[in-house]
Design a protein around this ligand. Structure first.
Ligand SMILES: NC(=O)c1ccc[n+]([C@@H]2O[C@H](COP(=O)([O-])OP(=O)(O)OC[C@H]3O[C@@H](n4cnc5c(N)ncnc54)[C@H](OP(=O)(O)O)[C@@H]3O)[C@@H](O)[C@H]2O)c1
Length: 267
């Protein structure tokens, strides 16, 4: 039987939509690989160490040519550019930035690990921009034209602590919002979302959701993205969260205090 979905034929290998996925070797990334394969998509899965990705390699063997594996490290931009060259001319419907440095040290005031912070910014905030730049033409050439990045509620939540990981995700949200604005005229939708509290290596396999379950919820959100969802930050149930701190007073930028300038006071 042939299933039709957004103008694609699914299930027979013809014109299947394509997702490019990072961090596919475990956790939510492996869950994404499974749910996209199950839905009949062509999956281009990247990992930084293919030799250690046994489960993913087994999945590739079981799914013949529907799952293609690539090496790419987000802290090595040359490896991102190399994959960009390798995939030149191939439409990518969904660029799915899932990988992140999740093992950031939880430091306090006085023992900040600046090296770890730089790495977190490189992998979690700057690499998503590099991915967007590298695969822009591939996404623009596709039917769905979506870039989606897995962020975290922690990036927009106030409690003190976990400053390295938290700020790297806040910065990611700003990158997503900027990309959504800068790529709108090309019809590209850019959004991000929180995956829920998910059992993975990142949190010692504690959590509420199984990885595949979370991936399924996020795929539903991605499937239903329209231009109105660009620049939005989604919870797994499809509701939205503030993506960055919202300025409520547009006049505040450059505004002067009310009242006359007191020359004497400020001399
Ligand atoms: N689990 C949760 O409750 C939760 C909550 C909020 C947000 N998230 C977000 O969900 C996403 C997936 O996380 P997860 O829970 O599945 O955690 P995870 O198991 O730690 O997965 C992280 C993935 O990113 C990859 N990665 C890390 N550094 C990389 C680099 N420099 N280059 C390429 N790949 C790199 C890891 O590869 P290696 O295996 O080689 O290290 C792994 O595949 C992340 O963006 C995370 O921030 C998770």
């Amino acid at each position: 039987m042939t299933l039709y979905w957004f103008g694609y034929e699914q299930g027979n290998g013809v014109d299947m939509p394509t997702v490019l996925l990072t961090g596919a070797n475990g956790g939510i990334g492996l869950g994404f690989a499974e749910v996209y394969l199950h839905a009949g998509w062509q999956v281009l899965a990247t990992v930084r160490n293919l030799d250690a990705a046994e489960e993913l390699r087994a999945l590739a063997t079981a799914n013949d040519q529907q799952l293609e594996l690539f090496s790419m490290a987000l802290d090595d931009f040359a490896s991102i550019e190399a994959l960009g060259k390798q995939l030149r001319g191939r439409p990518i419907d969904v660029l799915l930035g899932n990988a992140a440095k999740t093992d950031c040290p939880k430091t306090g005031v006085g023992d900040t690990d600046y090296e770890a912070w730089s790495e977190a910014f490189l992998v979690n905030s700057m690499a998503p921009m590099k991915l967007a730049e590298t695969f822009l033409d591939n996404v623009a050439a596709s039917q769905r034209k979506i870039m989606y990045f897995v962020s975290s509620r922690i990036g927009a939540k106030p409690p003190a602590g976990i400053i390295i990981y938290r700020s790297s995700k806040s910065a990611l949200n700003q990158v997503v919002m900027q990309l959504s604005l800068m790529l709108a005229d090309q019809g590209i939708i850019v959004a991000c979302g929180h995956p829920g509290f998910v059992k993975s290596k990142a949190n010692g396999y504690k959590g509420v959701f199984e990885a595949r379950e979370s991936a399924g919820y996020l795929k539903d959100i991605i499937d239903n993205l329209t231009p109105a969802g660009s620049g939005k930050f989604f919870d797994p149930d499809g509701s939205t969260l503030p993506i960055v701190t919202q300025q409520t007073n547009p006049a505040a930028f450059g505004a002067k205090p009310v009242g006359a300038w007191d020359e004497e006071k400020h001399q």
